[in-house]
Design a protein around this ligand. Structure first.
Ligand SMILES: NC(=O)c1ccc[n+]([C@@H]2O[C@H](COP(=O)([O-])OP(=O)(O)OC[C@H]3O[C@@H](n4cnc5c(N)ncnc54)[C@H](OP(=O)(O)O)[C@@H]3O)[C@@H](O)[C@H]2O)c1
Length: 303
């Protein structure tokens, strides 16, 4: 089938389209960059908003639309302008995709749209497990995720099977959070952040890709799914596993107060607090995770 990946040029998109191609699917990536053919993938320019263009016709007759577009949550300090960009790059892109689906003569069967575990809001380390039935939080990331998800849900009324994937921290040494965390450890200054007790909900990149493919191919899968491994870990366990995988110590704590000065508001929800998220719906539906233990997952992810 033809799979259209909006924002598919990034970390998760590249890993996903490699797997989709291996499985014999046709892949079209919607990018704000130049149109090109690259390694069996057709990159098509889109504006990231509801503006007419050839990109809209790509959605007509496609088997699946996968929405991964959005500017990087931890790339820059959260000024008001940056927060607006984080929101618009998700809400307006998703709205544009749904508008294009509405115009299509042959609407795609599946619309999988990314979300994040930030949906649940920051939780203290003694908080309960959060499955997909847990309510949203009330901080910036929660309201961003809620609005983002609401835009995607609008495709249900258009006859699409809508899947929302609330992804956790995806483990791979080449990109994402781990790529940012590895250098301090390599220079022997890695360690837990703040108290180290905050819970981190992670998933190995290979499991994330397998879960997306499984959700696309599983005809009854619809609604919200947590894209996290079954066993979240504390930040201290996560740091220890990273240090062990790199053959480096992991004892130098990063004080919360320094982090707040360094990165501002983002430090709270993104680094000093966490959430104990569990993939209840994927497990109940029979999805099998390859990586369930942080030590094993980390050893493979940084290899
Ligand atoms: N990686 C994780 O651990 C993680 C965890 C939770 C949720 N997520 C979510 O999953 C999605 C994909 O993550 P990722 O790690 O692959 O991110 P990424 O590497 O930053 O890729 C996101 C893509 O979105 C596009 N994009 C960026 N700003 C945009 C804008 N203003 N308008 C339209 N498109 C824009 C870019 O494509 P072009 O430049 O080609 O247009 C970029 O390649 C994101 O929405 C992210 O929030 C990721």
């Amino acid at each position: 089938m033809r799979c259209v990946l909006a924002g598919g040029s990034g970390f998760l998109g590249r890993a996903l389209y490699a797997e989709l191609i291996t499985r014999g699917h046709e892949v079209v990536v919607l990018t704000r960059g130049a149109a090109r053919d690259d390694g069996g993938v057709r990159f098509m320019t889109w504006p990231g908003e509801d503006a007419p263009g050839d990109w809209q016709t790509e959605l007509d007759g496609a088997g699946a639309i996968i929405n991964l577009a959005g500017s990087g949550i931890a790339d820059k300090r959260w000024t008001d302008a940056r927060k607006a960009d984080l929101r618009e790059s998700r809400v307006l892109t998703t709205r544009a995709l749904v508008a294009a689906i509405r115009k299509a003569t042959n609407r795609p069967a599946v619309f999988l749209s990314s979300s994040a575990v930030g949906f649940y809001g920051p939780q203290d380390d003694k908080g309960p497990e959060l499955d997909e039935a847990a309510p949203p939080g009330s901080d910036f990331l929660s309201s961003l995720a809620s609005d983002w998800e609401a835009e995607a849900h609008a495709a249900t009324a258009l006859g699409c099977r809508v899947i929302i994937l609330r992804t956790g921290i995806v483990l791979d040494r080449r990109a994402g959070a781990l790529a940012k965390m590895i250098p301090p450890f390599q220079f022997f200054v890695g360690g837990p952040i703040g108290s180290g007790r905050q819970v981190m909900s992670w998933i190995h990149l290979r499991d994330w890709v397998a879960l997306v493919v499984w959700l696309l191919e599983h005809p009854t899968a619809a609604g919200a799914f947590n894209g996290t491994a079954p066993n979240p870990s504390t930040n201290a366990e996560f740091s220890k596993a990273l240090g062990a995988a790199l053959g480096r110590p992991s004892w130098l704590p990063v004080p919360g107060v320094a982090l707040k000065i360094l990165v501002g508001e983002m430090a709270g929800p993104a680094l000093l607090a966490g959430q104990r998220v569990v993939p209840r719906r994927a497990l109940d539906a029979g999805f099998s995770f390859q990586y369930t233990n942080i030590t094993t997952a980390m050893a493979d992810a940084v290899r």
